[in-house]
Design a protein around this ligand. Structure first.
Ligand code: PHE
Length: 348
């Protein structure tokens, strides 16, 4: 019997050595310590062993049983550890891999330019007001010195919506009339109105049938053309850089007298001449003038007591100049590749 135990011990040790899968462990358990394993069998046959040997054999069988349990379970742990380590190595996350880029939004640059205008004007005491895009003929034309039949209100330029009374405003100047009428003729006005305007233009790199203007109006006592020049100059320096020079050329609008065209020195070539300013050194950014006598009168202000100036900046034009955009359609298409470079510019 003792020899048998020795034999079992030897074979167990060699089997343990050779085991390297969990299935081997299952087999080992069955072979040695399972219900009909050879160690279990040993104890089953105890009664056939002569009395004097039984105790010794019994304790030897116990020792080998405990040993087998321990050896098998140690080996099982060993194999499990190897399996886990292999799995961890296989599933490891490589933190040095570049992450997938998540595109993030950024302000539309046209909106950004409008906000810049609003901020500067508000710091000078102007209110930001709004007006309807679907406008009445009266505000868009009549009150601004453009009676019916005037060439500037030709159907070619204006989108009429219903007969000849309702139209898509062809400029933001009707807000001038609306604001003055709302004030009632006896308090000063100081407003800007950024908004959309519509004209029956063919779209190309510099024209759009739907564009944005920033209208401005101030009405007070003793307002002169020089106040307009001073205000616009300060604004342009703030928006386009301190070294910006403004220039006012005589022009003609029915609702201002005198009227001017507003130019700024080209910020790209500083007036020397380049392709942005078409070699003139100057860039036109809008129209302006002293509010016409008849417009003040028609909108309830006594022109003998009150005077004012008005202006209209082209918002896309200003944004194109500021960000070096050559095509106005860039603002309206949805190709993110075109607006991406400007996002970066803004971050600088
Ligand atoms: N409304 C004019 C235009 O659209 C611009 C302008 C505004 C001119 C205010 C004078 C005063 O061209």
């Amino acid at each position: 019997m003792k020899e048998k135990i020795e034999e079992i011990k030897k074979s167990l040790e060699s089997d343990i050595k050779n085991a390297n899968t969990l299935q081997d462990i299952v087999d080992l358990k069955a072979k040695y310590i399972g219900k009909s394993g050879c160690i279990t069998e040993l104890t089953k046959n105890m009664k056939d062993i002569p009395e004097e040997e039984r105790k010794q054999v019994g304790s030897l069988a116990n020792v080998i049983k405990n040993e087998a349990n321990e050896l098998i379970s140690n080996k099982e742990n060993e194999i499990n550890t190897i399996i886990i380590n292999e799995k961890l190595a296989k599933e490891a996350v490589d933190i040095s891999l570049p992450a997938t880029e998540i595109p993030i939004g950024s302000p539309n640059i046209l909106e950004k330019v409008i906000e810049d205008f609003e901020e500067v004007f508000m710091s000078m005491g102007y209110d930001v007001v709004d007006g309807p895009e679907l406008e009445e003929d009266r505000f868009n034309f009549e009150l601004l010195g453009l009676p019916k039949g005037h060439p500037a209100r030709d159907a070619q330029d204006t989108f009429y919506v219903k007969g000849d009374e309702l139209l898509l405003r062809s400029h933001t100047s009707p807000v001038q009339a609306r604001t003055m009428l709302a004030k009632g003729g006896n308090e000063p006005v100081r407003v800007i109105c950024p908004g959309k305007a519509y004209r029956r233009d063919d779209d190309d790199a510099t024209h759009s049938h739907n564009f944005t203007q920033i209208e401005g109006l101030i009405v007070d006592k003793n307002i002169k053309l020089s106040d307009l020049k001073g205000t616009v100059t300060v604004i342009c320096k703030k928006l386009f850089g301190n070294d910006t020079i403004t220039r006012f050329r005589p022009s003609y609008y029915q609702f201002t007298e005198p009227s001017v065209e507003m130019d700024i020195s080209c910020f790209s070539c500083k007036g020397k001449g380049c392709n942005i300013c078409k070699n003139t050194g100057w860039i036109t950014i809008g129209g302006a003038g002293v509010v016409h006598y008849d417009v003040l009168k028609g909108c309830g202000y006594d022109p003998e007591k009150w005077s004012g100036f008005a202006f209209g900046f082209g918002a896309e034009r200003c944004a194109m100049l500021k960000y070096g955009i050559s095509d106005i359609r860039t603002f309206y298409n949805t190709d993110l590749r075109e607006t991406k470079p400007f996002d970066r510019k803004e971050e600088d």
